[in-house]
Design a protein around this ligand. Structure first.
Ligand SMILES: [Zn+2]
Length: 320
């Protein structure tokens, strides 16, 4: 019994030590010995692109944890008590914004974390309304998104630069001791994004003005950046396409002479495949980066790998 108590008090002491170590902030212990430095800024991100951008900026100055498991898309997310606990313990929450994380307000209320600072990566980013003329032509006349802003800004590499800069600013403000690191890493990642944009622009130049059809409404920012037109099958991914949706897509494919329909990795939609077969076109993948493997979510370069592969798919869909 005594030895058990002693063991228990030892645990308590080491627990308290760990807690004290965790209290010392990155800024306060700016030492040359950075390899053994305990990173202490506790940052929670929402979904994949936000996690990738935050990890790219955070480096070793902060611990980044994704709220939504990377294999789950934000459109399908159901919060659990664990998510509330994650937010209770976090210092920073990074979100895409523009209503993408519709579940967050309730969660942050439940977490009752008064000191939680929220970085909205969409701050200052030019937005596209969900009800632009393009979508009003929808055969089903659906107006459920009327007046809302399309949240998929990360698929335009130059808007992604702004998101990265917003993350940088938020982290620098919260943790000025690591300011140099955040600034340097954000600049390096932003440069990579700008180079990616230049490369995509030149690859897609021959296809200017062409229409492509994505599965859900994720592509307007990407399309706008590269002078393309994006149409979509369904508004949100969990919806199944209606016969009217399929009819509309069929007409569009014939008008635009598309050689392939663009599917999403997590959709594997049978009606989409059947439609492609009927139309005599292929199905290729355009990954909106809303989900990914655990491993991919740890590597900020995932953004570049996936976008390059998306562009290759798109070129295929144009018959290039
Ligand atoms: Zn989406």
């Amino acid at each position: 019994m005594t030895s058990f108590l002693r063991f228990k008090s030892l645990l308590t002491v080491s627990g308290a030590l760990l807690f004290l170590m965790a209290l010392a902030s990155c800024g306060n212990q700016k030492t040359a010995d950075s390899s053994s430095e305990q990173s202490t800024l506790n940052v929670v991100t929402t979904f994949l692109p936000i996690t990738l951008f935050t990890e790219a900026v955070a480096g070793e100055c902060a611990t980044v944890t994704a709220l939504i498991p990377p294999n789950l898309g934000p459109h399908d997310f159901q919060a659990t008590p664990t998510d509330i606990a994650a937010l209770s313990n976090a210092q920073i929450l990074v979100k895409n914004g523009l209503g993408m994380e519709y579940f967050l307000d309730k969660l942050t209320d439940s977490a009752e974390n008064k000191s939680l600072q929220v970085i909205d990566t969409s701050r200052g980013v030019a937005v596209i309304k969900s009800d632009d003329e393009e979508n009003e032509n929808g055969a089903d006349g659906s107006d459920q998104n009327q007046g809302e802003v399309n949240p998929h800004i990360w698929l335009d590499p130059l808007r992604a630069v702004q998101q990265v800069e917003n993350i940088r600013d938020g982290l620098v403000k919260a943790d000025p001791g690591c300011s140099d690191g955040y600034t340097k890493r954000a600049a390096a990642y932003a440069l990579q994004l700008k180079e990616l944009n230049t490369a995509i622009a030149s690859q897609l130049k021959p296809f200017r003005g062409k229409t492509f059809i994505a599965f859900h409404d994720f592509a307007p920012y990407f399309a706008e950046r590269y002078d393309l037109k994006a149409d979509f099958v369904v508004d949100v991914p969990e919806m199944n396409p209606t016969p009217a949706d399929l009819q509309r897509v069929s007409t569009k494919v014939q008008q635009s002479q598309l050689k392939a329909l663009l599917s999403e990795p997590q959709e594997g939609d049978r009606s989409f495949n059947a439609l492609a077969e009927d139309l005599g076109v292929n199905v290729v993948t355009f990954d909106p980066l809303e989900t990914g493997s655990e491993e991919a979510s740890k590597k900020p370069d995932t953004y570049f790998t996936v976008m390059k592969s998306n562009v290759a798919s798109l070129i295929k869909s144009f018959g290039g």
